[in-house]
Design a protein around this ligand. Sequence first.
Ligand code: TYM
Length: 330
Amino acid sequence: KPRILSGMQPTSDSLHLGNYLGALVNWRTLQADFDAYFFVADLHSLTVATDPEVIRRRTRLTAAQFIAAGIDPERSAVFCQSHIRETTEVAWVLGCQAAVGEMNRMTQFKDKTSKGQSANVGLFTYPVLMASDILLYNPQYVPVGDDQRQHLEITRDLALRFNARFGEVFEVPEGYIPKESARIMDLQDPTSKMSKSSSSPKGLLDIMDDPARLAKKVRSAVTDTEAEIRYDVERKPGVSNLLVMASVLGDTPIATLEQQYSGRGYGDLKKDVAELVVETVTPFRQRIDELLDDPAELDGILARGAERAGEVALATRDAVFDAVGLLPAG
Ligand code: TYM
């Protein structure tokens, strides 16, 4: 089977609907046809200063959210990025192939530093670590939302550069970016993506939030002054965002929804999206509570996942070290 891999940072006490619709829903579908690896990007989350206890809690919670969303740990490897030591080893080698200028041009780094935040070196080399945690597994596809496009581009560049210089060691992966749901937007500002760091609380749908509050946020989503329910991201970003949510959550094509809602008002669409959100999050929250009740079981799943991922990572690390001329350790 061809391989896929993806990761998510444990940076919050809840995934938001963008993470769920833009990434997890695809992971769940793809795991049937691919050899799948999904990890909690705990090393990446260290780029933001966070209390160690909080990191521990959110790492387990993020893994529990994968499973509650339908990732089957019997089928897919679910693990912590930091449990694979080869991640940082290969990141060093890749960092020696990366130019300071290309890291400087990364929008994520530029955005954070332009806001006057003082940046740590980890934030600067973030894309190199990500290239490593992808290339270690030689995946053909990396299912992500639109905001990870630039990271994937640099990963591909580094793989091509390495292969050209040292021989074909890495698979050059492709992004797997869904057409409509790759950018779920802020409910209050539908021209900006939904994001835990930049969205207003009223614009962000946290999956772990109280269902009644989630429904209320959907009902107060910003739309436009027309009255027509039609998918048009440029002119009707708010309505289009609601249509995407209804489409993925209810598994109905957008064109069908446009027909169903023809002649009806925004209130109807919002009410239906609110119901779909509540129907999705209610069992999700229950399953997470069960999983977190038994941390030993969850840690066991992560350990088994790391064992499986570790075998692949070790083989790649050895090939990378050998290719650049490092002697075998004996
Ligand atoms: P992270 O943790 O910010 O986001 C996890 C996934 O959610 C997607 N996403 C969205 N999709 C649609 N609409 C939105 N509003 C939205 N917001 C977030 C992201 O695109 C992502 O797929 N750097 C990565 C973590 C990472 C990674 C990797 C991903 C580390 N190593 C290797 C893939 C492969 C990140 O910070 O994602």
